[in-house]
Design a protein around this ligand. Sequence first.
Ligand code: PSU
Ligand code: MN
Length: 308
Amino acid sequence: MNQYLDIHPEVAATLAAGKPVVALESTIISHGMPYPQNVETALNVERIVRENGAVPATIAVIGGRLKAGLTPEEIEYFGKKGQAIAKASRRDLAVLCARGEDGATTVTTTMIIAHMAGIKIFATGGIGGVHRGAETTMDISADLEELGQTPVMVVCAGAKSILDLGLTLEYLETKGVPVIGYGTEELPAFYTRSSGFRVDYRMDTPEELAKAFKTQNDLGFPGGMLVTNPIPEEYAMPLETINAAIEQALAECNEKGIHGKETTPFLLARVSELTGGNSLASNIRLVYNNAKVAAQTAAAYSQLTTNN
Ligand code: PSU
Ligand code: MN
């Protein structure tokens, strides 16, 4: 096992038995939502994973150790410290480990640590992607590179239209990452079920997802698979409300000259402030929905691998 990795004993025992585990990220806790809703949500997500037949492994860097599986106290610590915790992407992991520091894992680093631990399925809210204006800024999330090289299935609610969704799909195609719509042919855009863009494939059951992903692994392909699961209809936001907030947040981001790793947290925080409590409630509901699908898929994956 990797010398910097600590796998929570329950997670380790579950993996050793070939039983289902679902990875969860910590940037969504520290940077994605305000305290105390972030802690409450993270603990509920863990409960939902369990109710759907899998063991949760929330992933983070604590004191320079890569953690696969947190205690409730550690989740509380991440939630309370919030933005004071460094957002850790691939380029940050070595330095954080060397210095013995904390880091909140993004989709990228959650995939890396999940893979080190032997976890196949990961649930989150939204992924990073190609930013609008990337043709000049070159701001493309490391999440897309990671999906192209690390064999973990990421279950999300699509990507927010703070990003250029068309270019994000082009990039994923170049990297060889299949984009699956769960029960839909259209790419969901996080707060809304539609985006005007099509996914590569539609699948309707956890068994179908598990089989496609196992086949990709059996073919020896190195990359991941992106499952986009639309927000439940009753929690979706009106398109005009969300678009107006996104346009304003993008304009402010440009005016302030925000760039690099600060861009996404700034945009997320502004969109959430501008749309008030409604967007937070939607955000929480879509994460619960993704946790459920990921747990069911992890269970189906484990059936496929332990029966063969
Ligand atoms: N998009 C969201 N919610 C999030 C993130 C993105 O709708 O919480 C977080 C995730 O952790 C994601 C990261 O991996 O932001 C991407 O950051 P960047 O764009 O800097 O790569
Ligand atoms: Mn970026």
